[in-house]
Design a protein around this ligand. Structure first.
Ligand SMILES: NC(=O)c1ccc[n+]([C@@H]2O[C@H](COP(=O)([O-])OP(=O)(O)OC[C@H]3O[C@@H](n4cnc5c(N)ncnc54)[C@H](O)[C@@H]3O)[C@@H](O)[C@H]2O)c1
Length: 256
């Protein structure tokens, strides 16, 4: 086990699946105590158990990030159990369930996606920052998307929310730049996770859609959750101490 995060307390939302799961397990493998936070309790408990089997401490905390009370509870459980919070990864999100142009996009779906992906991420940043400001240190990585850097036809709520996450990240980064707290975002393109394979675009059952999604990257493949986790851990580590307010594409050359 590497000790890069030994003694650190790291919180990951959306840690029951995909990118969040890979990130939580990677923090554990590198010595951190990990708070695995998600709506999916069964899968989250399994991730926490895996981290413990690998030799690090971990707890699962149930949370719906679109509820401020849940997010307050998540941070207070983390701090009462581990005494502090060094790294927060605000990763939980939903993909939206319809593909429609902006003028036809349903208001209830807009509200649902914004509530989780933008307001929920803000709740997490807000509560985590309260604790980090008290401690006088910390790192935050928000998981935005390539759809936070460019438009995303047919999915206006998701693109608006993910652009919002970039604005939220840069604003918090400026406010905290002299307070020993760094705030960054990652912006992945297509990554092989349940959201990508089984979500709105259902790539698992549509070989043509899968091929199109792979070809979006210059590397002609989807990314792996671990390839995103590696960047998140770097941005959370002592190896990136002069980087804040960044929205880093993880894109297999797509934006090149
Ligand atoms: N997979 C991709 O291609 C891709 C690309 C760009 C950005 N992203 C972003 O990466 C992040 C992780 O996505 P993923 O692909 O691993 O998805 P995923 O669906 O595999 O995992 C998302 C996790 O978030 C949890 N979650 C959803 N809503 C929640 C809520 N309200 N409160 C708490 N937990 C909730 C789910 O239970 C799930 O465990 C998301 O922010 C997503 O927008 C993914």
């Amino acid at each position: 086990m590497s000790e890069r995060f030994a003694g650190k307390v790291c919180l990951v939302t959306g840690a029951s699946s995909g990118i969040g799961r890979a990130t939580a397990i990677a923090f554990g493998q590198q010595g951190a105590s990990v708070i695995v936070a998600d709506m999916n309790a069964q899968a989250g408990e399994e991730v926490a158990a895996e981290i413990k089997r690998n030799g690090s401490d971990a707890i699962f905390v149930p949370v719906n990030i679109s509820q401020l009370k849940d997010v307050e509870h998540m941070v207070s459980v983390a701090v009462s159990r581990f005494g502090r919070l060094d790294c927060a990864v605000n990763n939980a999100a939903i993909s939206g369930s319809v593909t429609l142009p902006t003028n036809e996009y349903p208001e209830d779906e807009w509200n649902r996606v914004i509530a989780v992906n933008l307001t929920g991420t803000w709740y997490c940043v807000k509560q985590v920052l309260d604790q980090m400001l008290k401690q006088g240190c910390g790192t935050i990585v928000n998981v935005s998307s390539a759809a936070g850097l460019r438009g995303h036809s047919g999915n206006v709520s998701y693109a608006a929310a993910k652009h919002g996450v970039v604005g939220l990240t840069k604003t918090a980064a400026l406010e905290c730049a002299t307070k020993n707290i760094r705030v960054n975002a990652v912006c992945p393109t297509g990554i092989e996770t349940p959201m990508m394979l089984d979500g709105r675009r259902n790539l698992r059952n549509d070989p043509k859609a899968y091929e199109d999604a792979a070809n979006y990257q210059a590397m002609k493949r989807l990314g792996k959750p671990q390839e995103v986790a590696d960047v998140i851990l770097w941005l959370s580590s002592e190896e990136s101490t002069f980087i804040t307010g960044h929205a880093m594409a993880i894109d297999g050359g797509a934006f090149a």
